[in-house]
Write a protein that binds this ligand. Structure first.
Ligand code: NAI
Length: 345
């Protein structure tokens, strides 16, 4: 029986994991709390630990997991910026779900964009109160507008296809441009200058943190719409707020926020939100915030559960060889050298 400690467990996680886990010799212990230095003790006696995007897997947490004999850390996400992968090397194997539904995220990005520019959120609230006035609801056509896509991996490419369907002009920036893709790649500065809409689909790394800051915003078109379904840290939220107050930024659609870890995924209604910056952003008429919801489709949840269960089983039933392993040297299974009998360590 493989014992799995499951952190930041929500009802929808339990349902999908119980469905897939039940078919195997696995026992889940679900904890509502997030993994951090204070909660790591809950993982004692577990063979595997399963975490999501806002669990904080620091070197200290990894040291404890190692001490408790936890063999594998299974991320239910693609991104792993919340895990000290370097500290984990040689101690705890880290696996992730490289793609569960890039469509879910790309479609959410477009849903946010359309909601924002056609004022659907405002119209919905109005008609519920029998207010049928159109005053202040004027939007603009996406057709013919230029969208700048930063990061043309799985999600970015699907978002580009969706935008093509709308008849938009597409330009893109990627540190590793795709070959023969038919995508017009430009330098970041040019993307900032030419785009009517900018959508972020690159990972959060040391290079990309605050990619959208005061300087970048200064180069953008007046009225630019910024969409971020990737990671909050890609945007300097202070600079974003300033850009909105200066009327430089036309609208912001945010599914992620740099300081979301202690806020998102929980019901905070009835509480006073301590985060002034987020409160201020949410109060702006041209900002839409969803709380890291882009992944949340039934299709994605099923894929996450199926792949995570397979990742864990693969380690325990396949002589320590992990599907979808991450190690700090390669950061990516595809490029992992797997020097030791197909293992990262
Ligand atoms: P991917 O790995 O397929 O694509 C990422 C792309 O970013 C690659 O083409 C890569 O070359 C590019 N890139 C790397 N460094 C860059 C840099 N410095 N500048 C510009 N581009 C760079 O990843 P995928 O699956 O498309 O996911 C993208 C991001 O979406 C993830 O990193 C994650 O943060 C976010 N995400 C958000 C979700 C949500 O629910 N809001 C769910 C899933 C992913």
């Amino acid at each position: 029986m493989i014992k799995v400690a499951f952190y930041d467990a929500k009802e929808y996680d339990k349902a999908s994991f119980e469905k897939y886990g039940a078919q195997h010799d696995m026992q889940f212990r679900f904890f509502d709390t997030k993994l951090n230095e204070d909660t790591v003790d809950l993982s004692k006696g577990s063979d595997a630990v399963c975490v999501f995007v806002n669990d904080s897997v620091t070197a200290e947490v990894i040291e404890k997991l190692y001490e408790y004999g936890v063999k594998i850390l299974a991320l239910r996400s693609a991104g792993y910026n919340n895990v000290d992968v370097k500290a984990a090397f040689g101690k705890v194997h880290v696996v992730h779900v490289p793609a569960y539904s890039p469509y879910a995220v790309a479609e959410h990005a477009m849903a946010l964009l359309l909601t924002s520019i056609r004022r659907i959120h405002k119209a919905y609230n109005r008609t519920r109160e029998f207010n049928f006035s159109l005053s202040g609801l004027t939007g603009f056509d996406l057709h013919g507008k230029t969208v700048g896509v930063i990061g043309t991996g799985k999600i970015g490419r699907i978002f580009i296809d969706i935008c093509r369907g709308f008849g938009m002009k597409i330009i893109a920036y990627d540190a590793f441009p795709a070959e023969n893709s038919g995508i017009e790649y430009v330098e970041l500065d040019e993307l900032f200058q030419r785009s009517d809409i900018i959508s972020l689909h690159c990972p959060l790394t040391e290079q990309t943190r605050h990619l959208i800051g005061e300087k970048a915003i200064g180069k953008m078109k007046k009225g630019v719409v910024i969409v971020n379904t990737s990671r909050g840290g890609l945007i300097d939220a202070e600079a974003l707020l300033k850009g909105i107050k200066d009327r430089k930024i036309g609208a912001a659609c945010l599914d992620v926020y740099e300081e979301e870890a202690d806020i998102f995924f929980e019901d905070r209604s009835g509480h006073i939100l301590d985060d002034e910056l987020l409160s201020r952003l949410i109060s702006m008429p041209n900002v839409i915030v969803t709380s890291h919801q882009a992944f949340l489709t039934e299709d994605a949840l099923n894929n996450i559960a199926e792949t995570t269960v397979r990742n864990i089983l693969s380690y325990f039933e396949n002589d320590g060889i992990c599907d979808n392993e991450l190690c700090y040297r390669c950061g990516n299974i595809d490029k992992c050298r797997k020097e030791r009998q197909e293992r990262c360590f």
